[in-house]
Structures are given as C-alpha cells and as structure tokens.
Ligand binder design. Structure first.
Ligand SMILES: CC(=O)N[C@@H](C)C(=O)N[C@@H](C)C(=O)O
Length: 730
C-alpha cells in the first residue's frame, strides 16, 4: 500500500527542529496609561515567552515589549517596541503598581556558590541589590505557580514573597570545631553565631516535600522586605500546621491574605491536585494575629482581589475524590466577611452549553475595571474558552465560543484591556488584545493581533463526538457522550490510507483542548493522523462526566478509546493495519490496557511513565489517594493496606493483562518521577521481557514525570517516531 510518511531520521529531526521554534507565551503585564505630548494615551505591554533551544539544550525565556495607543474602549494603534531580549537568572520579577519601579528575584553563581538577590530597579538604576542568601532569614525563594508570589504593597514600600523556612545547619557529632574560630578574623562573630545555630545528629532527618514538581519545597514562609529599611522579616502568626502561599496584600496593606494548605498528618503531591485541604487566611502585620476566612472543609486556590478592594474571588472544590473536578467560583466579601458561591458546580451542562469551571488557577489579574465581572479561561468540552462571569448574577457568557480558534488563554486584564494567547492545532500561539465591552452592552469584542504566528496549512483538525453504545453506557451516570480531536494531513495522495496514532490523555481527569501540540503537529507533518481522545472522565464536560470514571478505570476509559478508534476506522481514510497507541501517565495506563485487552490490534505502543499496577504504586507515589479513588474507594489519610482493596487495584491495572500483549512497547521513564515512580514502568518492562514481547526502555536521568527537559523531549520524540515507523511497516 502507498504511504506518504516521512521515515528518514534526518528529515524527521528537521521537521521537529522547524516546529519546535514556535515559542509559547508565559506572561503579559500591562503598564500604566501614559498621555503623550500630543494628547494620545498609550500603555506598554511587557510579555514573556519560552522557546526550546535544541542546540543549547535548554528552554530559553525572552521578553518583548509592545506599545498600544488606545482610548477607553478600543485599540487605536499597536506595535512592537524593539526586539526580543533573553532573560537570564530572573526567578521572578514584578513592576510596581505605578510602573515606577521593578522588583527582581535573581539567582546567580558567585565563586561556585548559588546566591539569591532581591533587586529594586528605578528608571535606569538598580537601586538595591539585597543578598537574601547572606541575610539567612529564610531558605530559597519559591518561584513556582503553586506557592510563589512577588507582590508590591499598595503603598509601594514593601514586597511580599514566599521562601523556604530557615533550617538550622545540621552537622555530625564527629565533625570537629572550625579551627578558624580560635583565630581572630573579620567574620569571627558571624561564624560564632552560626556555630551556635548548628544542630548535631539532624543531618539525615527526612524532610517531606510537596511532591512532584515541588521537590525541596517543604515549609514555606511568608517574607516581607521593607524597601526603605533594607529589612527582610518572616511573618509571624501563620499556624504551624499549614504551608502558606499565593499571598497578596490586604486592602490598606494592614496584613497579608494567603492560601494555607494543611500539611498534617502528611503532605500529598500538589501538582495537578487542587483537591488538597486548604483555606483562605489573613495575617495581621502588627500583631501577627491570623484569621481563617473560609470554612476549612474544602480545597481553595487562586484568591484574586477586586480593583475596588472589596471582594476576593477564588476557586473551590472538594477535598480528595477525583484530582481535577468542576470548581466553584466563590467570593469573600472583605467588609461583611461573608463567603458566597458565584458559579456552582455544573453536573450536567444545560441549554446554554456552559459546562462548568475547570481550572486550577485563575489568571493573576482576572477582574474587570468595574469590579463586577471576572474573566476565566477554561476548558469547555474540547475547546478552551474565555468566560465572563457577572459576580452579581452569576451569569456566564463565553467571549470566544464563536471563534474558530481552539484555545484561548487569558494572560492579563488591566483596565478592561485583555491580553490573551490563542492557538489551535494548526496555529502556534499568537498574542492578541481586546477591550472587554462594558457591562450589559451589545458591543462586539474586537481582537487585535500584536504578535502573529505562522499558520500551518498542511494540518487539518476537527472535533469528533461519540455516543457510547448502550452496553457501554454508565448506569449511574447515563447518557454521557465524549469527544476526540482528530489531527491529520490536509493533503492525502490518491490511494494513500493514513496511519493512525491514538493518544488518550493522562489524569485521567484532564482534557485535550484544541491547542498547539508540538508532538502531534510534527507527527502530522510526517504523514500520520493523530486521534486524541477525551474519554468519559475528562474535565470540561460536567461533573457527572468526571464522576463516571472512578471505580471504572481500566474498563470504561479503555472501551471509550477503543470505540473512538473503531468508529474512526470505519471511514476509509485510515489504514487499519497501521494503528499505534501512545500515552503518558494515566494515558500510559490506557495504552498498556489497550494492547492487553485488544491483542494485536495496535502495531506499536509508546508509554511515558505509565501507571502499570495501582496496588504497587500506592506505597511509593506522592498521590496515594489517587490510586484508591480511581480504583473506586474512598481515601482517608489513616487507611491501612487492605487485601480486598489491593486485589481490586491490581485487577484494574494493565499488568493484569500483560500476558495477552503482542504489541511491541517503547517505555520512556523519568528517573526522578515522584508521581508515577519509574518502578511502575520497570515492573511492566520485566513482565514483557519474560513473555518475550519486544520492549525498549529509555531512561531519562534528571527528569521527572513530564519528561519535559529539552533533550528528553526531543530524544523521546525521535525514538517514538522511529519505534512507530519500525513496527508499523514491519
Ligand atoms: C493527578 C495525576 O497527576 N495523575 C497522573 C497519574 C497523571 O495521569 N498525570 C497526567 C496529568 C500526566 O499527563 O502526567
């Protein structure tokens, strides 16, 4: 049979290099309004991007600024001001509210030692550079999205950030006193006090951290720099049993509002897990008095203060249960101290098509200028839309559902000027701007493109909907449908049938939105069709859809994927003999299940850090609750191993079907994966070797669950492509 697939490794690498050039947007800040000497008003927009540099083997971050002339509701002229500049060593940065100053947390290596500085810039001068490492008030500054923040006080006199709590230096009982102490030197006094702070016998004490992606982050503390006084203090009053983060200044700078995650009796992984017990707190600056502002019976995140400083919106979901669920958008009234639900959980989408809020994070700025509306970007079925929520009525209006762009992401909104990144499977991220129309107005939202990107006309994509056959309907949650994204080459030569790569997502409560995907676009340019399946249990389709899966993993999700594949194969576009399956994590669990439950159907399988045995994973993962919940059991932190539960977990795992596998398997594993430890993949690898099924294992040191370091990602791609080619054309 004819084929139009690119098989030469050099050509594949060329395509990968070409498409990996497209950068993604990570941040956009809107500066204050400036009135020019001619009376026109303009604002500067600062953007940050990230791009893979295959030659340097790292992701490079760079910034670009734009100037936007506007009146109060439309953009009059916009353009880039200058070229891109690479950002080096900046962990965090933030302009002050007036735009007059900028704060930077910088990391650099001096004489072989890592140091962190907090810099204050004003005009063209670096006014201050405070050596945080030398101050020894705290450990490393947190730069992550989970806890980290760098926030100017409203008065612009103080900065708030999060860092690891200071730990006394531990030394051995057998380490001799520093001989220098006996001689008189400049630093004698400092060394003496440091010596006093060291503790013996604590060198090897285990410090539990917050798991995957948050390694080494254990006891965060809230830190404040008094800029004038050059003084850093660690805020007192935060309860001992919580880890604070996502902090900001309270109205009037009287104190700090933050999220506190309960870290007792032990920490579970937080990344992709917004279902951890947490509350909103306020700590008073003067007396260190700490108040809990929300009930403490749920999981909350992303608190955002309104421009009028009267309300805080935040996301809320249940503790434990599925890791990603439909969230509530809640509000705390600063003056009445009352909380309310603005948008509730959507069990089943209604006539208006709104499927609920699925987001673990609101954009850093999300409020309209009138403090009456909040903009949320989140999955709605297989698209990511911008939703406008009216806080008084709770009504939700999609600002983007009519567009043919698949994914919209809010980077910032300031004085109603929205800055967004939008993309589709055939279009890498673009930077756009648009003014939010006034409340109750019928005005159309007009988007202006600030930075365009090249469309890839060779790539075609569509969203397919599937209704499971009656025997696969879920009796507890009947009538649910699901979707898949089909990405395929636009031009297919006469007589050519396309090979198909089936990709179920991980999670399992996650979703493929019609976004730009590097792997899928390269595979498509090589001549493959890619079917990305949002089986029942995915986010973005209503809470019932999510709840239908726990307890049914290994059956309902597997059958949905197989049903989608077989439905697609009924058309005559695809080659039934050339179907491969590839997935990561829970997607890897599904890939392994599919080759075990449908022996010989798939001609090649690729599995990244797969869950292969829930029963053996529970004792070693950072999310033990996930193993029980997905197997259909409730989780409590004090539950002990139960043979009946373990039996169920084993029975629902791919390892149970390994004896039926005929498909050659490529395993890609990250040595430092805390989420699905590499031993899961190794367990499966050994079982396949014993059965003499072709298997290849790629081992990526220094990589965690995502295998996203530049060399692991590019090497992984080449090996995946070549493995599939090798076994589809055998
Ligand atoms: C909640 C969670 O992390 N589950 C993992 C088993 C998983 O499937 N992760 C997904 C999101 C992945 O692609 O890594």
């Amino acid at each position: 049979m004819n084929s139009q697939v690119v098989t030469n490794p050099e050509d594949i690498a060329r395509l990968y290099r070409e498409l990996s050039l497209f950068p993604s947007l990570s941040r956009a800040d809107v500066g204050p309004v400036v009135t020019s000497q001619y009376g026109g008003k303009y604002s500067n927009i600062y953007t940050e991007w990230s791009q893979r540099d295959l030659d340097r083997n790292e992701n490079v971050n760079f910034c670009r600024q734009y100037i936007v002339f506007h009146d109060d509701k439309s953009v009059v002229y916009s353009g880039a001001s200058g070229n891109c500049t690479e950002i080096k060593g900046e962990l965090q940065s933030k302009d002050s509210p007036s735009g007059d100053m900028k704060a930077v947390v910088r990391e650099c290596t001096i004489k072989g030692e890592d140091k962190q500085f907090l810099e204050i810039w004003s005009k063209n001068i670096k006014m201050k550079s405070i050596n945080l490492t030398a101050l020894k008030k705290h450990g490393k500054v947190y730069e992550d999205d989970q806890f980290g923040c760098l926030v100017w006080s409203h008065s612009e006199t103080h900065l708030l950030y999060v860092a690891e709590r200071k730990r006394p230096t531990a030394k051995s009982f057998f380490q001799s006193e520093s001989p220098e102490l006996s001689s008189i030197g400049d630093e004698e006094e400092t060394m003496r006090s440091e010596e006093k702070e060291t503790v013996k016998g604590e060198q090897f004490v285990f410090h539990e951290d917050w798991g995957e992606g948050l390694v080494g982050k254990s006891r965060p503390v809230l830190c404040v720099l008094d800029i004038e006084g050059d003084n850093v203090s660690v805020l007192e009053g935060v309860p001992d049993n919580i880890s604070p983060g996502q902090a900001f200044w309270a109205p009037g700078d009287t104190g700090v509002v933050f999220i506190g995650w309960l870290h007792e009796p032990f920490r579970c992984g937080l990344k992709f897990c917004p279902n951890r017990s947490s509350s909103l707190y306020y700590v008073d600056l003067t007396g260190g008095k700490c108040e809990q502002l929300t009930s403490g019976t749920s999981a909350v995140s992303s608190p955002r203060l309104s421009p009028d400083q009267c309300r805080i919106v935040y996301l809320e979901c249940a503790v434990f249960g599925p890791h990603m669920q439909c969230s509530r958008l809640c509000m705390f009234d600063w003056y009445t101290k009352k909380t309310s639900v603005v948008v509730d959980v959507v069990n089943r989408p209604g006539e208006d098509g709104f499927t609920g809020i699925y987001s673990s994070q609101l954009s850093r700025q999300c409020w309209s200028a009138d403090s009456q509306r909040v903009i949320v970007s989140c999955p709605q079925r297989s698209r990511k839309d911008l939703l406008m929520v009216d806080i008084s009525t709770g009504s939700v209006t999609s600002l983007t559902s009519k567009s043919d762009v698949g994914s919209w992401c809010l980077l910032n909104i300031e004085r109603d000027l929205m800055v967004v990144s939008c993309s589709s499977p055939n279009c890498p991220p673009r930077l756009r701007l648009g003014f939010l129309p006034p409340r109750d107005s019928q005005e159309e939202l007009v988007w202006v493109t600030l930075e365009d990107s090249q469309m890839l006309p060779e790539i075609d994509w569509q969203i397919l909907t599937f209704t499971p056959p009656p025997e696969q309907d879920n009796s507890e949650y009947p009538g649910l449908d699901f979707e898949a994204l089909l990405i395929k080459p636009k031009e297919v030569k006469d007589g050519v049938k396309l090979p198909l790569i089936v990709t179920p997502h991980g999670g399992p409560h996650s979703v493929f939105v019609a976004d730009w995907f590097l792997y899928s676009s390269v595979l498509c340019r090589m001549g493959f069709a890619v079917l990305m399946v949002n089986y029942r249990g995915s986010t973005g389709y209503g809470q019932d859809n999510i709840l239908s899966l726990p307890g049914n993993v290994g059956t309902q999700d597997v059958k949905d994927v197989q049903f989608a594949v077989e439905s697609v194969l009924k058309g005559d576009e695809f080659d039934m003999q050339k179907v491969a399956v590839s997935g990561g994590s829970h997607g890897g669990f599904l890939a392994c299940h599919l080759i075990g439950q449908y022996p010989g159907f798939y001609k090649a399988c690729v599995s990244r850090n797969p869950v292969t045995n829930l029963a053996s994973m529970i004792g070693s993962t950072d999310i033990p609750d996930w193993c029980m919940v997905e197997a259909g059991f409730d989780y409590t932190t004090d539950c002990l191993p139960d043979p009946a539960v373990w039996e169920q977990m084993l029975n629902k795992s791919p390892i149970r079907y390994v004896t039926q596998v005929q498909t050659p398997v490529l395993l890609t594993l990250g040595e430092d994966d805390k989420r699905v430890p590499s031993k899961q993949g190794i367990e499966y690898y050994r079982a396949l070797q014993a059965k003499k099924v072709p298997v290849r294992l790629l081992w990526y040191p220094g990589n965690n669950h995502s295998l996203s370091k530049v060399d692991a990602e590019s090497d992984g791609f080449m090996n995946i492509a070549l493995w599939i080619i090798q076994h589809l054309w055998k």
